[in-house]
Ligand binder design. Structure first.
Ligand SMILES: Nc1nc2c(ncn2[C@@H]2O[C@H](COP(=O)(O)OP(=O)(O)OP(=O)(O)O)[C@@H](O)[C@H]2O)c(=O)[nH]1
Ligand SMILES: [Mg+2]
Length: 694
């Protein structure tokens, strides 16, 4: 029997690095009876942080899922990474889940990672609860966290619980909905219910009144009742809160300590009671087979449509595709169509993920998250659909890497093995990119930061048995043109029997930065037959892979094919591909080519007294400072900086600020490389190519 869709909760646990997300997730499993002991990150007993790279660093690197049943609800928790190098993985988890728990650390201010996460929650219009963790620490400031959060989100926070005691003296929480104190004695999560201590009574009354007011706002009828009677019953508060959370009007906040296992039962209850089931999120947008935008209702009796939001590859067990079912009811042994690749895929067993383990399930209903094993050619971001309704789900966001290293195998001859292993890692981690340098043939590995790339290499060695070393980081320069030109490509060869003939005229024009590539077919009268036009485009694309200045890929051009000739017998796809390449190369020479360099957005947070040094250093790096802001005793600086100038920013910032500065970086845009720097880049490219051919 398929589960009742309204009883499903799929929840991503997000927050900046080290706030205790994994500890919260483990404590929720314990509270829900899915684990008989309390998993702990520090004792390597977490059911979420299980990979050796995570255990070594005591930090989450990839998101991990656990589904369990609790009080007739099917709950899936997704624990996500928060550390800047890995936080993009949280975005993919948000595409799998229907709601989120944002975890804050009561003892430290919000950082750039939380800003980034909030921006995604906004984009996805994701209903969320907040859990303020680590209230057992010595320097906690709940008030300050709530202010920071309201400032960031521009939403009202509503406390659902309040700490009883603080720091070492933390004894429990006050449940504000019930108006009762919950006192915890051990770490088994069990609490005894008591009256609210008298010294807190006034504060509790005040907060309960605010809670009722905020709850009433979710529903006009409740506002009226509250104004008339000055009081709402528990069921009404609950209904009002549910509606307000779904409409994203308020951010309910619970407090506690995952390490001491205080307040997690309340969080689990709030997940079930206040967060919406996936079906309650309403229709999603999708694209039909003709490319038109359509609305996709979350209906269990509609045809199946599932988004692959994560891929897990085990070197032995193979590939698992983790899907969110956006409509329909899926059972095992079904034929589906991958509507992105067009391939048919057979779905065998359906699996429920329980940390590292899986169990088989018969059926999954709309909203649920399940894994499917051994699909032939399906990747993260693809859609699996009933062939009767071959729609595509809204695509996943793409992330442009900020750092690129050349990678060399430690053992000679293992280059291909390394490249293949890295490709598989990139399959699991969409923020990782593996490419080849067109000039030198080296393997290039790109990611969100140096640590991201280093961890990928560690995994490569462990999972695929290839040791690699990182060479100097590379800047992914690009080339483009500054002038529109027309050019001719003509291939005419007579070799024995029949010959090779193709002739084409193209116009090449610059596109605005970020415009990528456009190909326009303006052939009239069949001077080049339809069937050969894709071959011309292919030839152009191949020629674009290597620019004329330093061999970097050419971008931001529009190519219009407007004239040509063919021969009944001697023309072929191959001939037109070559002619297309020739035409593009000829165009490039006359079109005033230039080099483009990548810029990153850099956000640096440093103590006030380091400000001068850090700004001076940024100026020396050609940074364009866009803003500065006081955050507590720190300054936050936001700037656009050429990537080439910040390839190794981490150690420099550490020494400038004695380790007290932090930064966040993301790709921003490309700009023309200043003329005086061109010779250096050209020379480096030439040297690399020479080394490669030596
Ligand atoms: N004192 C205290 N420590 C906690 C609490 N929750 C977690 N910790 C500790 O904080 C550290 C980080 O906890 P994690 O659960 O790994 O934090 P995280 O948010 O998952 O970290 P990342 O995955 O790296 O983003 C660990 O040493 C935990 O034991 C808490 O409530 N109180
Ligand atoms: Mg973690």
């Amino acid at each position: 029997m398929a589960r009742e869709p309204s009883s499903i909760r799929t929840v991503a646990i997000v927050g900046q690095g080290g706030v205790g997300k994994t500890s919260v997730a483990d404590a929720l499993l314990f509270a829900g009876g899915a684990n008989t002991r309390l998993g702990r990150v520090d004792e390597e007993s977490s059911l979420f942080d299980t990979e050796p790279e995570e255990l070594r660093r005591r930090s989450t690197i990839t998101s991990s899922l656990f589904s369990f049943e609790w009080k007739k609800h099917g709950i899936t928790l997704i624990d996500t990474p928060g550390q800047g190098n890995f936080v993009t993985d949280a975005y993919f988890a948000l595409r799998g889940a229907a709601a989120a728990v944002l975890v804050l650390d009561a003892s430290s201010p919000l950082r750039a990672e939380t800003m980034k996460l909030w921006a995604w929650l906004e984009e996805e219009q994701m209903p969320a609860l907040v859990f303020v963790n680590r209230l057992d620490r010595s320097e906690v400031d709940l008030e300050a966290r709530l202010n920071e959060l309201e400032e960031l989100t521009q939403k009202r926070t509503t406390l659902l619980s309040l700490p009883l005691g603080a720091g070492d003296e933390l004894r429990g929480v006050v449940d504000l909905r019930a108006g009762r104190a919950l006192v915890f004695s051990g770490e088994d999560g069990k609490a005894t219910e008591q009256d609210v201590p008298s010294e807190l009574a006034d504060r509790v009354e005040e907060l309960r009144a605010k809670l009722m007011e905020d709850a009433a706002e979710g529903d006009d009828a409740l506002v009226e009742k509250y104004l008339e009677e000055g009081e709402l019953g528990e069921a009404e508060v609950l209904a009002g809160l549910r509606a307000a959370v779904r409409a994203r009007q308020i951010l309910p906040v619970l407090v506690g300590s995952a390490a001491r296992n205080i307040g997690l039962g309340g969080l689990l209850e709030a997940i079930v009671e206040l967060l919406p089931a996936p079906v309650e999120r309403g229709a999603e947008s999708a694209v039909d087979a003709d490319g038109n935008e359509v609305t996709l209702a979350p209906d269990p009796s509609d045809p199946v449509l599932a988004l692959v939001f994560k891929t897990i590859i085990d070197p032995h067990a193979g590939q698992l595709s983790v899907v969110r079912l956006l409509s329909g009811t899926l059972s095992g042994d079904t034929q589906l169509q991958n509507t992105v690749t067009g391939m048919r895929e057979r779905v065998g067993n359906l699996l429920r993920l329980e940390g590292k383990k899986t169990t088989q399930v018969q059926e999954a209903t709309v909203g649920e998250i399940v894994a499917v094993a051994k699909l032939k050619d399906t990747h993260t971001g693809d859609t699996l659909a009933d062939p009767a309704r071959p729609w595509k789900a809204r695509p996943l966001k793409e992330f442009t890497p900020v750092i690129t290293f050349a990678v060399a195998a430690k053992k000679r001859g293992e280059e291909d093995k390394a490249a293949q292993g890295l490709m598989r890692l990139a399959e699991e981690d969409p923020a990782l990119q593996v490419t080849r340098d067109e000039g030198s043939g080296e393997i290039l590995l790109s990611g969100a930061g140096q640590l991201h790339v280093e961890v990928a290499c560690e995994k490569l060695e462990r999972k695929y048995g290839v040791g690699v070393e990182l060479k100097a980081p590379k800047v992914p320069y690009r080339e483009t043109i500054r002038k529109s030109v027309k050019a001719h490509g003509r291939l005419k060869k007579q070799t024995g029997g029949h010959g090779q003939f193709a002739d084409c005229w193209i116009e090449v024009e610059p596109l605005p930065r970020g415009g990528g590539f456009e190909f326009v077919d303006k052939i009239v009268g069949g001077v080049i037959p339809k069937g050969f036009i894709p071959a011309v485009e292919k030839g152009v694309r191949e020629a674009m892979a290597k620019g004329s200045i330093a061999g970097y890929p050419v971008v931001d051009v529009k190519v219009t094919l407007y004239d040509g000739q063919h021969h009944e017998v001697d023309s072929s796809e191959m001939a037109f591909k070559i002619a297309g390449s020739m035409a593009f190369k000829a165009a490039l020479e006359q079109a005033k080519p230039c080099l483009l360099e990548p810029y990153v957005t850099l956000e640096v947070t440093v103590p006030d007294e380091c400000m001068g040094d850090v700004m001076g250093d940024l100026n020396a790096r050609r940074a364009k400072v866009e803003g500065m802001e006081q955050v507590g005793h720190n300054q936050r600086i936001r700037a656009k900086v050429p990537m080439a100038e910040v390839l190794r920013y981490a150690p420099d910032l550490t020494s400038l600020t004695s380790g007290r500065g932090t930064f966040e970086m993301s790709f921003s845009h490309y700009e023309q490389l200043p003329d005086h720097l061109v010779p250096k880049v050209v020379e480096e490219a030439r040297r690399r190519e020479e080394e490669a051919s030596a």
